[in-house]
Design a protein around this ligand. Structure first.
Ligand code: 7GP
Length: 797
């Protein structure tokens, strides 16, 4: 539905009047946000309804993306953009003396995820709707999103992120679509009507209530649904929960998002959360299949339904689908297994060992007795199917139940027809190292699907000026057909275009500088190099290596060795229980304090650690970046996606040959990226030979020694203890992240960056090449590959 300016103004006035009894002139920004989002709802509601009718009518296969995390950020501007209302609304608001950005800033960031995995899930939702596929999200309606990060005396402090407090204007609660999820008790199998039927004794049910969030496609008229489940007490059981405290215990199930992206302690609540959204999701899928699509043959399920499990958190979908098929629909085990494997597919997002989920058998038996029985049976049959065919050690290494644990990755792989990694190097490592034995058993299941990003958000929303420049140089078509961005290369020698790219970057940097001033009180020079590292704080991502570079620059400046002006900008949350990561934050903050307040270096170096990195903050930082830091220990970063967002905005990448950096390097060519560090073979050599001796390096390299020593010699006295922790970690024999091994090579790369910075024309040309080639990482293309190779989807007519 399109809208004219005048129509929009009228609608907005009406909403303000009916919701708040105010007129435009007297409305607060919060009221304007609420009214504006309601006008938008009216705009897409018909499409949402029609999409559902069309889905049922055409009966095309649908994918359900099961993810314990979704990180959509804010939705006002992306809904405006995707609905095709952006320009009209911006200009109408201007007529009224209002600014869209001010109003949009009132929307809480929907941070129902930790990092890359959650953001990818949200990107896929947008891309499915924007390219014409029916794709549904299935997740948890957390009351509290990822914690709000504050710094107090340089330390990270975590505050609750009460994003729902002001109401989520987009969601619709659909009580009539609720389902019950059962926990606890005991299960006996009894013969009934010729069928082994489970009889449940005890335990309790929780009502799963869906909150549907619309996913508006970009100019497609399609509005898909992201369904997030909330926990309630079933009306029939209210009597068992007489006090508010009793109730809270149940409802706490969906209270908090686990603030950890690659390691966490096995907590019962987490296990409950996993089963809760998996069971609710599958039950609602089968209800739709039988009731709405009126299908009665479960054997046809794979023709209509694909269930994708985003990492192992939803891996219980394998057992739960078996339970539903066998227990509820009375399908023979073998048949049910075939159906399950055809329906389910799995993506792995990390090779970090501590992220490999396993659950204690006793815990699982107590909480989910029937699921544990089913998993045991899947495991038993798996072992039988391989006995005598492969070495016993292979069976032991790959079976689902071993050493008292359920191995979730094994369940996911054995129960899926497709297992994919998220960048070629990552997939290769899965095949040859991490999941080698599985790859030998099921080579046909393994495939790569390189990650992508929502270019629309990172260009059209976050960087409207650069988007306009693209319109002028390559034509507006790039907005729907990102391959057209490659045409920007025709302007490689066009002085006018290069000048415009520079001007836009400078404007974006000025804007960020203002934000930095406002939030930290620190003045930064917008003409300096803006050097950006934004991602979760993790040892393997090596914010520490950046820190060492900062210290080295500082020493140089103190010693009269000149460098171009630089502002280093960090954004990163540390998992609350990850003390090393929190120590890194403290040290960076104290190093920043010393440097930012040292008049003797004349403001040549500034270090800014912005609080509370989230999608909203990313939208401010990314358009203003000159340098994109992608400096993980090679082999450890599965893909990375901030690398893609930053290149799209014309930042030049300094990177190890890790994750998707490899693909970025290939796309832009060696001249347009700064590569350094150990390659994967060198890294594995160290790991296999156990002969990494950082202390020898330190003792034989004066610069390295001075730099590292600064952590313990009193230079940054307010972080003496934490500095010592970092110091010790770097020098530890066989230190896993090989920080010092890459130090020298990183300095060389940074030196090259400085040399290049002096030649602004060639710098901007490199930026131009990066912008052009970012089209390769459009999530629309990624999703198209999933749709074709894994899910077997067809677009809606
Ligand atoms: C991340 C990976 O670290 C990152 O390299 C990748 O780009 C992203 O997934 C999307 O594929 N992994 C996680 O966020 C994560 O939580 C633990 O992994 C399960």
């Amino acid at each position: 539905m399109q809208i004219t300016k005048e129509e929009f103004k009228k609608e907005l006035e009406q909403k303000l009047d009916s919701q708040f009894a105010v007129d435009v002139e007297h409305a607060s920004l919060g009221e304007l946000y609420s009214a504006l989002s309601n006008v938008l709802r009216d705009g897409y509601a018909p499409n949402w309804r029609e999409t559902r009718i069309k889905e049922a009518h055409e009966g095309k296969k649908q994918v359900y993306y099961f993810s314990i995390e979704f990180l959509p950020g804010t939705l006002l501007r992306s809904n405006l953009l995707n609905l095709g209302w952006m320009d009209t609304v911006k200009s109408a608001l201007k007529d009224l003396g209002l600014n869209l950005d001010d109003i949009a800033a009132k929307e809480p960031d929907m941070a129902l995820g930790n990092g890359g995995l959650g953001r990818l899930a949200a990107a896929f939702m947008d891309s499915l709707a924007s390219t014409g596929y029916v794709g549904n999200g299935n997740g948890i309606h957390y009351k509290y999103g990822l914690f709000k990060q504050k710094f107090v005396n340089g330390y990270q402090v975590e505050l609750p992120n009460d994003w729902l407090q002001k109401h989520n204007h987009w969601e619709v609660m659909r009580d009539n679509k609720s389902v019950l999820v059962h926990f606890g008790g005991q299960v006996n199998l009894v013969q009934k009507d010729n069928w082994m039927t489970p009889e449940y004794n005890g335990g309790y049910s929780i009502k799963a209530v869906p909150y549907d969030i619309p996913v508006v496609g970009y100019h497609t008229g399609i509005v898909n649904t992201m369904r997030l489940w909330d926990a309630e007490i079933p009306e029939s059981e209210e009597i068992n929960y007489p006090t508010i405290d009793d109730r809270r215990k149940v409802e706490d199930l969906t209270s908090i998002l686990y603030p950890d992206d690659s390691s966490y302690s096995g907590r019962l609540l987490r296990l409950k959360q996993e089963y809760f959204f998996v069971s609710a999701g599958l039950q609602s899928i089968l209800r739709y299949y039988t009731k709405d699509l009126k299908q009665n043959d479960m054997h046809n399920l794979p023709k209509y339904v694909a269930v994708h499990i985003n990492d192992t958190h939803p891996a219980m979908a394998v057992a739960e689908l078996m339970r539903l098929l066998v227990d509820e629909y009375h399908i023979d085990w073998d048949e049910a297994w075939k159906i399950t494997v055809q329906v389910i597919s799995y993506t792995n997002h990390t090779i970090m060992a501590e992220a490999m989920e396993k659950w204690d058998i006793n815990m699982m038996t107590q909480l989910l007795p029937r699921i544990m029985q089913i998993i045991t049976e899947i495991d038993r049959r798996y072992v039988i199917s391989l006995t005598g065919k492969v070495a016993e050690s292979v069976i032991n290494d790959t079976r689902i139940v071993n050493n008292g644990n359920v191995q979730m990755a094994h369940l996911a792989i054995i129960g899926s027809h497709s297992v994919n990694g998220v960048a070629p190097l990552h997939t290769h490592l899965l095949e040859t190292e991490v999941l080698k034995e599985f790859y030998e058993l099921y080579p046909e299941r393994f495939n790569n699907k390189t990650n992508g990003i929502t270019l629309r958000r990172w260009l059209q929303i976050a960087n409207p000026k650069l988007s306009k420049l693209l319109d002028q140089t390559v034509g507006r078509d790039w907005r729907t057909d990102s391959a057209k961005m490659l045409l920007l290369q025709d302007s490689y020698k066009n002085a006018k275009v290069l000048k415009q790219i520079n001007e836009i970057k400078l404007e974006n940097k000025e804007k960020l500088a203002k934000f930095i001033k406002k939030t930290t009180g620190i003045t930064v020079d917008p003409t300096a190099i803006f050097d950006v590292q934004i991602k979760r704080l993790h040892a393997y991502k090596r914010q520490t290596l950046k820190l060492l570079h900062i210290i080295k620059l500082y020493h140089d400046l103190k010693n009269g060795i000149d460098h171009p002006k630089r502002v280093v900008i960090f954004g990163a949350k540390a998992a609350p229980s990850y003390t090393y990561a929190k120590d890194v934050i403290k040290v960076i903050n104290e190093v920043a304090n010393v440097i930012n307040n040292d008049a003797s270096i004349h403001g040549k170096l500034k270090v800014i650690f912005l609080e509370n990195y989230d999608v909203t903050l990313a939208e401010k930082i990314i358009p203003a970046a000159d340098i994109s830091e992608q400096i993980s220990t090679t082999t450890k970063e599965a893909s990375g996606t901030s690398n893609m967002k930053l290149m799209a905005n014309g930042a030049l990448t300094v990177a190890t040959m890790d994750g998707a950096n490899v693909d970025i390097a290939k796309a832009v060519g060696q001249d347009n990226i700064f590569i350094f560090g150990l390659n994967k073979d060198q890294v594995y050599d160290y790991y296999n030979k156990h002969d990494y001796k950082p202390r020898d390096m330190y003792n034989s390299d004066q610069v390295m020694k001075e730099t590292v020593d600064a952590l313990i010699d009193g230079s940054f006295s307010k972080a003496a203890n934490e500095g010592r922790v970092l110091y010790d970690s770097f020098l530890q024999e066989n230190e896993e992240f090989l920080v010092l091994a890459d130090f020298e090579s990183y300095l060389q790369a940074q030196k090259k960056i400085e040399e290049n910075w002096h030649d602004q024309r060639s710098w901007t040309q490199k930026a131009l090449v990066n912008i052009a080639h970012s089209e390769e990482f459009n999530a629309d293309n990624t999703v198209a590959r999933y749709a074709k190779d894994i899910w077997g989807l067809k677009k809606l007519n």
